[in-house]
Design a protein around this ligand. Structure first.
Ligand SMILES: [Mn+2]
Length: 443
C-alpha cells in the first residue's frame, strides 16, 4: 500500500469521464445534436442545468452506486459529467448561433476527496466542441445578464428551459420565469423538453453503439440467469447472478431496479422486492436492463425454474411469443405504437383458442405493449410519433393469471430501420426450445 502523502502528491489532469467503459461521445455527434436543437428553436435562448452530486443523507438515496449521474439532456448535448454546470444555447435568425458552457473551476482540495475534475480549459473545449467555456463561479448572474440584455433573442423571441419539477428548484429559472421585471422579461417562456425529446427519439451512431452494448450485456445476464436457475432458488439469488454479470461486463448502473418474480410474483408487473422463493414448476419472469454509457437496455425473459415448461405453460408461452412476433413483424416506418398495440391484442384474441376460456387471453394482457428506449428506460418522446429509422422501442406482450401462478412476459428491444426491424436483444434466447436447451446444457 502507498502512504497517504504519496497518494496526495499530485493532482492528475484526467477528466471526469476518463476510464468510462463507454468512452467519450465523439464531438461531431455533440455538435450535430446541438445544431439540430438550435435549428428547431430558430430564434431564442435555451438554458440547461446539469445534475448535482447527491447527498445520501439529505436526498434519501441509497449507497448502491455512485453519488452522481449526469442529467440525460445535459449529457446528450455536452457529453460531460460535470456538476453545477450550465449550457446556454443562443439561436439567431441572422447572426451565427452560439453555445456557452459554464463548469466549476478545478479545486485541488476537493479533488483529493473525489478525484480529478474537468475545469474550463482546452480539454473541455476538445471534449465538447464548445469554444466558449467559462467558470461557473458567477454563472447565474452571467446568464441572467446574457438572457435579459436588450438585443437578446430571449427578449425578442423567447426563452426555452426544461419546465416542470426542476423549474422551481433552480433559482435562476425561478427568477427568469416568475419574477423578471416587466420591462425586461423574456418575450415568452417555452418548454425545452419536447424539442429535446424529438432529437433523442432518433438515435445517432454513438447512441446506438451504447445501446447495443447495454443490450448485449443484458442478454448475457439473461443467459447466465437461465443457466443458474434451479427449484428452491430465491429471487434475490437470481438477481445476484444477473447483476454480477452486468458489473463484470462493464455496466456502471442498473437502468431500473431488476424485476425478478417467481410463481405468483411473476404476475406482479413491477415487482422489484426479490424476496420470494421459487417452487418446483414455477415460471420466473426476469425483466432487467443494464445501463452502459448512459443508455439502458430493457429485456424480459420468462423461464421454467425446473428447466422444462409444462404443457399448459408452453401453450400460453407460445401464444405470447407469437403475439410478440406479429407485433415485431409490423414495425415499419410510418407505423405508431398505437397501431402495434392493436395488432398485438387482435392477434392474441384471435389465436387464444380454448386456452383462456371463458373468453380470450388478451384479457390477461394488462399492460401496454411498447415504450421508447434510450437514456431513460421509458425514454422521452411523443407516443403519437410515427416510426422512423433510428428509433428504438420495446415490444413486450404478456399474460398474467395469478390463480394459476402463471406470469409470462417476453420483451425485446427493436430498432426501426428503413425496412425489416432489427431485434437488438436476440442474444437472449426466447423460443421455448432454446431456453430449455440452454438450461439443460448447464445441469
Ligand atoms: Mn419495458
Amino acid at each position: 500500500m502507498l502512504a497517504p502523502l504519496l497518494l496526495f502528491a499530485g493532482v492528475a489532469t484526467a477528466h471526469a469521464q476518463a476510464g468510462s467503459p463507454a468512452g467519450a461521445v465523439p464531438v461531431e455527434h455533440l455538435r450535430a445534436r446541438r445544431a439540430a436543437l438550435l435549428n428547431k428553436i430558430g430564434a431564442g435562448v435555451a438554458i440547461l442545468r446539469s445534475a448535482d452530486q447527491r447527498s445520501i443523507e439529505a436526498d434519501g438515496g441509497h449507497p448502491q452506486d455512485s453519488d452522481f449521474r449526469q442529467d440525460n439532456d445535459f449529457f446528450y448535448l455536452t457529453g460531460l459529467e460535470t456538476q453545477r454546470s450550465w449550457l446556454v444555447l443562443v439561436a439567431r435568425d441572422t447572426a451565427p448561433d452560439e453555445a456557452i458552457l459554464f463548469v466549476p473551476p478545478r479545486d485541488s482540495i476537493a479533488e483529493r476527496w473525489t478525484g480529478p475534475t474537468l475545469g474550463p480549459g482546452p480539454e473541455a473545449v476538445a471534449l465538447t466542441g464548445i469554444e466558449d467555456i467559462r467558470s461557473n463561479a458567477e454563472a447565474e448572474r452571467d446568464i441572467r445578464r446574457l438572457v435579459l440584455r436588450p438585443n437578446s433573442p430571449a427578449r425578442t423571441h423567447g426563452l426555452y428551459i426544461p419546465r416542470g419539477e426542476r423549474e422551481s428548484d433552480i433559482a435562476l429559472f425561478r427568477d427568469l420565469v416568475f419574477t423578471p421585471s416587466a420591462s425586461r422579461a423574456p418575450a415568452a417562456i417555452y418548454d425545452l423538453r419536447p424539442l429535446l425529446a424529438e432529437g433523442r427519439l432518433i438515435k445517432d451512431a454513438d447512441e446506438l453503439a451504447r445501446l447495443r452494448r447495454a443490450i448485449a450485456i443484458t442478454a448475457k445476464a439473461q443467459r447466465a440467469a437461465m443457466q443458474a436457475l434451479k427449484p428452491g432458488m430465491w429471487e434475490y439469488e437470481i438477481e445476484a447472478v444477473i447483476e454480477a454479470t452486468f458489473r463484470s461486463s462493464g455496466a456502471e448502473r442498473l437502468g431500473f431496479p431488476s424485476i425478478i418474480g417467481a410463481g405468483t410474483n411473476a404476475t406482479v408487473l413491477h415487482y422489484d422486492k426479490s424476496r420470494g422463493q421459487s417452487l418446483t414448476g414455477d415460471l420466473v419472469v426476469m425483466d432487467i436492463g443494464a445501463e452502459f454509457g448512459y443508455y439502458t437496455a430493457d429485456v424480459t425473459r420468462t423461464a421454467p425454474i425446473s428447466g422444462k415448461f409444462t404443457a399448459r405453460q408452453r401453450a400460453l408461452y407460445d401464444l405470447v411469443l407469437a403475439t410478440q412476433q406479429a407485433a415485431i413483424d409490423s414495425v415499419r416506418p410510418g407505423v405508431t405504437t398505437r397501431d402495434l398495440n392493436r395488432i398485438a391484442r387482435t392477434y392474441m384474441r384471435e389465436h387464444s383458442g380454448d386456452l383462456c376460456r371463458p373468453g380470450t387471453c388478451d384479457r390477461f394482457f394488462v399492460h401496454g405493449l411498447s415504450h421508447w428506449l434510450g437514456m431513460d428506460v421509458h425514454d422521452v418522446g411523443d407516443y403519437s410519433t410515427a416510426f422512423a429509422p433510428g428509433m428504438v422501442l420495446t415490444v413486450e406482450p404478456g399474460i398474467y393469471i395469478p390463480e394459476e401462478r402463471i406470469g409470462i412476459r417476453i420483451e425485446d428491444d427493436i430498432l426501426v430501420t428503413a425496412d425489416e426491424p432489427e431485434i437488438l436483444s436476440s442474444g437472449a434466447p426466447r423460443r421455448p426450445g432454446e431456453i430449455e436447451a440452454l438450461m439443460k446444457g448447464s445441469r
